[in-house]
Write a protein that binds this ligand. Sequence first.
Ligand SMILES: NC(=O)c1ccc[n+]([C@@H]2O[C@H](COP(=O)([O-])OP(=O)(O)OC[C@H]3O[C@@H](n4cnc5c(N)ncnc54)[C@H](O)[C@@H]3O)[C@@H](O)[C@H]2O)c1
Length: 247
Amino acid sequence: MDLKGKTALITGSGRGLGKSIALTLARMGANIVLNDIANSDSVDQTAIEFKNSGYNVLVTKGDVRNPDDVETMINKAVEVFGGIDILVNNAGITRDTLMVRMSLEDWNDVLDINLKGAFLCTKAVARVMMKQRSGKIINISSVAGLMGNPGQANYSASKAGLIGLTKTTAKELASRGITCNAVAPGLIKSKMTDVLPDKVKENYLNNIPLGRFGTPEDVANVVGFLASSLSDYITGQVINIDGGLVM
Ligand SMILES: NC(=O)c1ccc[n+]([C@@H]2O[C@H](COP(=O)([O-])OP(=O)(O)OC[C@H]3O[C@@H](n4cnc5c(N)ncnc54)[C@H](O)[C@@H]3O)[C@@H](O)[C@H]2O)c1
């Protein structure tokens, strides 16, 4: 699982799963391009931590929904590191509420960041990877995209959409040596899930055969494998990281 000389761009990597994925890829030897929204302090803090640990790191703040921000981010990464070998579409948000109460704004925000953002980043990075004739694209979906979830019409639709995007990307780019896969985490300990009511957490726990919530490292380890050459013959797949919740 050696990524020396490779460059990985991870969206939404100031904190949470994205940060953990970035750390794993950095430990595997990759140059790291961190991204988060413009007013994110956490991404600056993460960059300092990475630099102090001796990792090669670049911060490119920007909104994945914005084509100009995405373009700038990709150009900057190529300018500094000479290419992009790994893209992890991780940036994502929730705006949970029952569908009958869901505003159009809540729907649009979630679809725009979780799905349109991944499309824009994939499209921009594909240009670079097609020239290189190699690349690994990894989309962070969710079990909510596989099984639906009350209160998450917007989120589950965005994560199911990511699976369709993964399979199409895999088919369109395979002949250029580029693979595209998705992971579908279950309930992972993070700021996003800390806010869930205890009853919801308890209900999940009762349905997880391995009897515990996941950790960001559980997700990062699988992303590390998908980013490495050990996964070269895998494309268009969705790997669940959920302790057996969905099977
Ligand atoms: N935590 C879980 O249990 C879980 C389960 C399944 C899937 N996921 C997915 O994993 C990913 C990361 O989740 P997390 O739990 O670490 O969440 P998080 O809220 O801790 O981190 C998400 C990061 O994305 C950034 N972000 C938000 N909008 C952005 C934008 N427009 N452009 C760039 N960055 C943006 C945020 O600032 C934040 O740093 C998300 O896609 C989420 O849907 C999480």
